[in-house]
Design a protein around this ligand. Structure first.
Ligand code: CAA
Length: 383
């Protein structure tokens, strides 16, 4: 069985640099690879900032922070980056054409012992595995933003993945202090993004259909749906470029998974990517690296998020009906991956299951198939 010592991370963006940091914190030697030195400098600065925060909050000592930083080697040369690597984790942007290019290049230099993992947020793992010469040694390891703070990793084997690769990577995830949830089916969006990405699009529809303000919806999401952030706030924090790409890849594979809202396309084309670009749904000019939106219980009082509760419950029911996960894993994934303090079904019960189903039925009459209530949700509503 392969022993993991050296890990190569391909892509030093939001996810890549965070994964590098958490894996290094567990003692692994990390090579962080990107196509330009300036991107790597930016990533190393973000790692320094994050380690500084952890020291400030006395979660780690300054010596530990120095060691974590010191075990990460930034490298541009791909051949050098893959030398003697036990595991590569690909974390490049969510664009299949780009990923095809990356894997074609990787194939030139990757060694026989190296396991492949992708941090893809939506793409079926089998599709990516097929781009390589060893699909049986390929698995999905999906981290959550910020990887330094979010405990969840979705582990997604494809139909090709061998048992050895599943055990080695599950073991690795535990060693780096994360909590894995095994995704039983290789579906687009896996578990969490099947809930998160459609929710962003739906919240954007609610702006218009309910004539609501962004902070009203976000306050209701935070205070009435027990989420740690508002949904627009979270979308800006995640990056609208990331959400846009993930949405396109999901929508092109499964019409039932998402009801694309043109506002996402517009913000993306205007390069309003959220916090990272200074504007997204909200404006962040003048903010530091970690701007948060002021939300309040008073504003939450003025908005009923029944549509959003219904969309979450419906997609959650789809995951269960289709054998992607069981209810325990679903609740765990949403708690550890998105900080949801309540199970989607508990929330639906609190809002009234019958009301949730009738909301979906009336939306489906007006706007189509996407909103049709899942059979499991209908059964639940009948008690
Ligand atoms: N490293 C270290 N510290 C960090 C950090 C990082 N990367 N990011 C933030 N912090 C710090 C903040 O600066 C803050 O420090 P100060 O108190 O000094 O300001 C501290 O952590 C706590 O932050 P908050 O006060 O904002 O506290 P919070 O309780 O809201 O926790 C959070 C922050 C963990 C991010 C929480 O808001 C949360 O869980 N949000 C939801 C995140 C989420 O859903 N992520 C998944 C997105 S979907 C995804 O990633 C999948 C995909 O494929 C698209």
């Amino acid at each position: 069985m392969t022993t993991i010592n050296k890990i190569t991370i391909l892509g030093s963006g939001v996810m890549g640099h965070g994964i590098a940091q958490v894996a290094s914190a567990a003692g692994y030697n990390i090579v962080l690879r990107d196509i330009e030195q300036t991107l790597l400098e930016n990533a190393m600065n973000k790692i320094k900032w994050s380690l500084g925060k952890l020291v400030e909050k006395q979660k780690i000592s300054q010596d530990d922070a120095n060691s974590v930083y010191g075990r990460i080697t930034p490298v541009v040369d791909l051949k050098k980056a893959l030398q003697d690597s036990d595991l590569l984790i690909e974390a490049v942007p969510e664009d299949l054409e780009l990923k095809k290019k990356v894997y074609a290049e990787v194939e030139k230099y990757v060694e026989d012992k190296t396991l492949y993992a992708s941090n893809t947020s939506t793409l079926p793992i089998g599709e990516l595995a097929s781009l390589t010469s060893r699909p049986s040694r390929f698995i999905g390891l999906h981290f959550f933003n910020p990887p330094q703070l979010m405990p969840l990793v979705e582990v997604i084997p494809s139909r090709f993945t061998d048992n050895d690769t599943v055990s080695i990577t599950l073991d690795l995830i535990k060693k780096i202090g994360k909590d894995p949830v095994l995704c039983k089916k290789d579906v687009v969006g896996f578990i969490v993004n099947r809930i998160f990405i459609p929710l962003v699009h739906e919240a954007a529809y609610c702006l218009e259909r309910d004539n609501a303000k962004m902070t009203q919806i976000d306050s209701a999401v935070k205070f009435k749906m027990a989420a740690p952030m508002g949904i627009f706030e979270l979308a800006d924090y995640t990056g609208l470029d990331v959400i846009h790409k993930a949405s396109n890849e999901m929508a092109s594979r499964d019409k039932k998974v998402i009801n694309p809202n043109p506002l996402i396309e517009r913000l993306f084309s205007e390069k309003k990517f959220g916090q990272k670009s200074g504007t997204g749904f909200y404006d962040y000019s003048g903010e530091d690296k970690y701007g948060r939106i002021k939300l309040s219980e008073t504003e939450a009082e003025n908005y009923d998020p029944i549509t959003l509760v219904a969309i979450v419950a419906n997609n959650a029911a789809w995951l269960l009906s289709n054998g992607v996960c069981d209810r325990n894993d679903l609740d765990k994934a949403l708690r550890l991956g998105m900080g949801f303090k309540k199970s989607p079904f508990t929330l639906a019960e609190e809002f009234g299951l019958k009301r949730v189903v009738s909301t979906l039925e009336s939306l489906s009459n007006k706007y189509g198939e996407f909103y049709e209530p899942d059979i499991l949700l209908k059964k639940m509503s009948l008690g």
